[in-house]
Design a protein around this ligand. Structure first.
Ligand code: ZN
Length: 249
């Protein structure tokens, strides 16, 4: 297959299964897609492996996960890998915008429509990724762009680039079950695949209790001042119960 180098315009012949190549004339890193050759760039990890567990624990201690998860989860060692994204530069009406779309299948949540992290972009070079696994792009650029137009309407893409961005894959164990997440190697942002979520039933119970108590008080007491006094007094144990629920669940 013959392609033209995006940088210098030279004709290059590549095998049909070759996706990531280097121009033999100007040594620019390229990705070969059905649409031709595009620039292939990389952002080296700036978050160190030692700093990764703290980022994950902050997420595990957040509002969506079960209480105490940040203390009780047993974290395995982070494994650095470079994950491919198509980056589309388009005119948003308020200037240029760059949005990323994963170029390989993943169970991680939050990878779609990611903004390009503020880091140093470099030409792809194996010396930058070192021993880390570099995941091959499997999703064609056209498929990723369809997603973009689904979400942002017909946009005029000015530039398409393949980025390999550093992600630390993390496994952790909690109550005999293993969960997966990834930590962005540039921003420290956490992308969970699955996690033990807070149960909603206890919250619903507290909410229903509040509705019943306030409803009954409203029905029984007709004096407006007495009604307010009663509301204030009964709000205290209900708020206490809500606070306890958020601590325990
Ligand atoms: Zn070239």
């Amino acid at each position: 297959m013959e392609i033209r180098c995006t940088q210098c315009g030279a004709e290059l012949s590549v095998a049909s299964d070759e996706r990531l190549i280097e121009c033999s004339f100007c040594s620019t890193a390229l990705v070969v897609d059905a649409e031709g050759a595009m620039f292939h760039e990389v952002m080296a990890a700036t978050v160190t492996a030692n700093a990764v567990p703290a980022h994950l624990r902050r997420f595990l201690g957040g509002r969506d996960t079960v209480a105490g998860l940040d203390r009780e989860a047993r974290l395995e060692r982070p494994v650095l890998q470079y994950f491919p994204f198509w980056a589309f530069t388009f005119d948003s009406g308020k200037g240029d915008k760059v949005l990323l779309q994963p170029a390989a299948p993943s169970s991680l949540q939050g990878l779609q429509g990611l903004a390009l992290p503020a880091g140093k972009v470099q030409k792809m070079d194996p010396s930058l990724t070192g021993d880390a696994v570099v995941i091959d792009p499997e999703v064609p650029a056209s498929t990723a762009r369809d997603w973009l137009t689904n979400r942002h309407g017909e946009v005029r893409v000015r530039k398409t680039v393949l980025y390999h961005l550093p992600l630390y894959r993390m496994k952790y164990e909690w109550k005999g079950k293993t969960y997966h997440a990834a930590v962005d190697g540039v921003t420290g942002k956490v992308f969970p695949a699955d996690f033990p979520a807070k149960a909603e039933a206890p919250y619903m119970a507290v909410a229903v209790l509040a509705i019943i108590v306030f409803g009954l008080e409203g029905l029984i007491v007709s004096n407006i001042f007495l009604k307010f006094a009663l509301y204030l007094v009964s709000a205290i144990p209900i708020l206490g119960l809500a606070w306890l629920t958020s601590r325990k669940v």
